[in-house]
Design a protein. Structure first.
Length: 299
């Protein structure tokens, strides 16, 4: 009977049980397929150690959130302002990690957990080797204000230093700032303790050094930012970060990447020059000590 009906085309429109199960499995697989999330660090710079921690933490956060997102590097290196504009417009960029400011938080969707525990705001002074003696006699902000610092023209640090009456030369080119310092066009280049050691190694030919006994500090939250039209992605990242904070995996990753550089900085031996940062968003979680680096604890 079944063969007869098939011969007349009556059963051809009905799937078998096996076909139905395969169809259900296919739909489920499509729903669970990983969705690429393009982050701002370009594929050509994956060997640069400055990107290793935020990339690893982004992977960890999305794994902890049990989401279907798959982080992937961007295809090209470009200026920070261009990257932020691309993220704001939703044009091929999904996640950027950068120094937070009220202005940036108005245009983009922040995940308000400082991913480096505020290490970005602990700034050692990169100087020329021959100027070590000159900086040995500096103990106050006023003495530093008489010298010339260099910073990126679109970095929030520029505004912070200017607000605190520092003499700052803006620059549009990251590598060029080291050359400016080398050539004496600037006297020092404040760099985060999480960045400065690797920069000293890569710029060994510039004959630079770290000023011995000073460190600048200002609150500097480094957040993941996403396009404002992607709240589900922001929620997944925040959920994963909070899970990693709770189970200790974020602490483990942080120490894996920064314990050595923190020890090298010898913050206990340095005079801390504290600066005001009036450019933070009112919702910055400054009162949550669990989110911020404590130099006495080394975490």
């Amino acid at each position: 009977m079944a063969k007869a009906l098939q011969g007349h085309g009556i059963l051809r429109s009905y799937p078998t049980i096996q076909q139905y199960l395969f169809f259900i499995m296919l739909i489920s697989a499509l729903r669970c397929a990983a969705e690429p999330v393009i982050y701002s660090w370009p594929a050509t710079m994956l060997d640069d150690p400055r990107g290793h921690y935020p990339i690893a933490l982004l992977h960890l956060a999305l794994e902890k959130s049990a989401s279907h997102y798959k982080p992937e590097p961007s295809k090209r290196d470009q200026a920070q302002w261009r990257t932020l504009r691309q993220l704001e417009n939703g044009n091929g960029m999904d996640v950027v990690w950068t120094f937070a400011s009220a202005e940036r938080e108005q245009k983009l969707l922040p995940v308000r957990i400082p991913i480096d525990r505020g290490l970005l705001g602990w700034r050692l002074l990169l100087i020329r080797q021959q100027d070590a003696g000159r900086f040995a006699g500096i103990t106050t902000a006023e003495q530093l204000q008489a010298l010339r610092a260099v910073q990126g023209h679109d970095w929030p640090d520029l505004q912070i230093l200017q607000h605190n009456q520092f003499n700052v030369i803006p620059s549009t080119h990251y590598a060029g700032m080291f050359t400016m310092l080398q050539l004496g066009r600037a006297d020092y280049f404040p760099r985060s303790i999480s960045e400065i050691q690797s920069e000293l190694q890569t710029k060994a030919g510039h004959h630079l050094a770290i000023a011995d006994h000073l460190v600048l500090y200002y609150p500097a939250p480094l957040y993941y930012f996403v396009n404002p039209n992607r709240p589900q992605l922001a929620q997944a990242i925040e959920q994963g970060l909070r899970s990693a904070l709770h189970d200790g995996s974020m602490r483990q990753l942080f120490l894996q990447h920064f314990a050595g550089t923190i020890a090298q900085a010898e913050l206990a031996k340095r005079r801390v020059i504290r600066l005001d940062n009036p450019f933070l968003h009112p919702d910055t979680p400054l009162q949550d000590d669990n989110l911020w680096f404590n130099p006495e604890l080394g975490y």
